[in-house]
Design a protein around this ligand. Structure first.
Ligand code: NAD
Ligand code: ZN
Length: 362
């Protein structure tokens, strides 16, 4: 049972929580300083059951969605809307702000795959779920929807652009869906799991190809699809476990090494047109070195990436959900009791039973 540790904390009783592709990096041992005993989970919604003395923006009984970033809302980076890079919430690392349940590299806070969770900076993060919103849609607003949206935003899409999304997991599928909101003219998604490609085609109304069976070389395939120019933008929604990445143990921890060119980042940089944009939301280890920097420089690319700044996107995305423009809960394929969380991780990791997104029910 978590306790209030700071006057701006709240305690939330969790109603829904999801397993994310980012959790798989913890599960697979790719995130440094993941300590035994820490509770995972950064996608959750629930009811506020206790508040600290200085909490004024939410009260006991409110049902809230909690952005996966732990952000103070007032530091130099939060003031610029970079809530994924809060300077106050994470004292142990400089690259990223804190994230619930995401190792001591990301602040060491316990996460929401639990019955109760401590929510710091409760005047800023928790956002009241509007009356009438489906709680399954709400939990999908804590990460996947804003992350897909920001992936498309960072791709700098101009009207009519061709955008390629690598990875048809929940994040990639949502990114493909959001590309249309920015005026894309053509959206293509690549994965090697046919059931996910089929799902993406229906949900995101995009073209979908299997990079193992529909083509020999993804880079040549994408060039050919675009009159040998290349797509205008590429989105990496894969991250550390990309097919073709090699794991090697260095000084006791697993480190990703570049293996040939078979990674989503390589494919993105090498296929995108000259002057194009590569938008990276796939998560890598802090020092993974996967970028063919010479090609990126010679092509004049813009490469952008970040943890999504969830809170920045919420007003617009809440509107989209309430108006029926987005229905993110359609991505939820499995509902699993919290006590079966281990089986949930196994299934999500091994991509069993046509799983897209699992929600855990405490
Ligand atoms: P997921 O594991 O369900 O999906 C990844 C998909 O990529 C899988 O379907 C897999 O088959 C596919 N894939 C593997 N190698 C590929 C390759 N070379 N090319 C194309 N596809 C390939 O995970 P998810 O929940 O969709 O998350 C995707 C990524 O986004 C993860 O790295 C996760 O950590 C990251 N993420 C980032 C943020 C952020 O704020 N930046 C937020 C959430 C998730
Ligand atoms: Zn997540």
């Amino acid at each position: 049972m978590p306790e209030i540790k700071h006057p701006e904390d709240a305690i939330v009783r969790v109603k829904r929580t999801c397993i994310c592709g980012s959790d798989l990096h913890l599960y697979n041992g790719n995130v440094p300083d993941t300590r035994v005993g820490m509770t995972f989970g950064h996608e959750f919604i629930g009811e506020i059951v206790e508040v600290g003395a200085e909490v004024t923006e939410v009260k006991v009984g409110d049902v809230v969605m909690v952005p996966f970033n732990i952000a103070c809302g007032r530091c130099i980076f939060c003031k610029q809307g970079m809530f994924g890079n809060c300077h106050e919430s994470n004292s142990e690392a400089t690259a990223v702000g804190a994230i619930y349940g995401y190792s001591h590299t990301a602040g060491g806070y316990d996460g929401g795959q639990a019955e109760y969770v401590r929510v710091p900076y409760a005047n800023f993060g928790p956002t009241i779920i509007p009356a009438g919103m489906d709680l399954d849609d709400a939990v999908m607003l804590t990460d996947v929807t804003p992350t897909g949206y920001q992936a498309a935003e960072m791709a700098g899409i101009q009207p009519g652009d061709t955008v390629v999304v690598f990875g048809a997991g929940p994040v990639g599928i949502m990114a493909a869906r959001c590309c249309w909101l920015f005026g894309a003219g053509r959206v293509i998604i690549l994965d090697n799991l046919d059931y996910r490609l089929e799902f993406a085609k229906n949900f995101a109304k995009c073209e979908a190809y299997n990079f193992e069976t529909d083509m020999e070389d993804p880079v040549m395939f994408l060039k050919k699809q675009t009159d040998w120019i290349g797509p205008d933008a590429c989105i990496d929604a894969v991250g550390a476990e990309a097919e073709g990445n090699a794991l090697q143990t260095i000084t006791g921890r697993k480190t990703l090494l570049q293996a040939g060119s078979a990674t989503a980042v390589h494919w993105a940089i090498n296929s995108v047109r000259k002057g194009g944009v590569v938008s990276i939301v796939g998560v890598y280890g802090p020092t993974d070195n996967l970028v063919p920097i010479g090609n990126a420089m010679n092509k004049g690319l813009t490469i952008r990436g970040n943890q999504a700044s969830v809170k920045r996107h919420l007003p617009r995305l809440i509107d989209h959900v309430m108006n029926g423009i987005l229905k993110p809960s359609l991505l939820i394929t499995h509902r699993i009791p919290l006590e079966d969380v281990a089986e949930g991780y196994h299934m999500f990791s091994a991509k069993l039973d046509n799983m897209i997104k699992p929600v855990l029910l405490p």
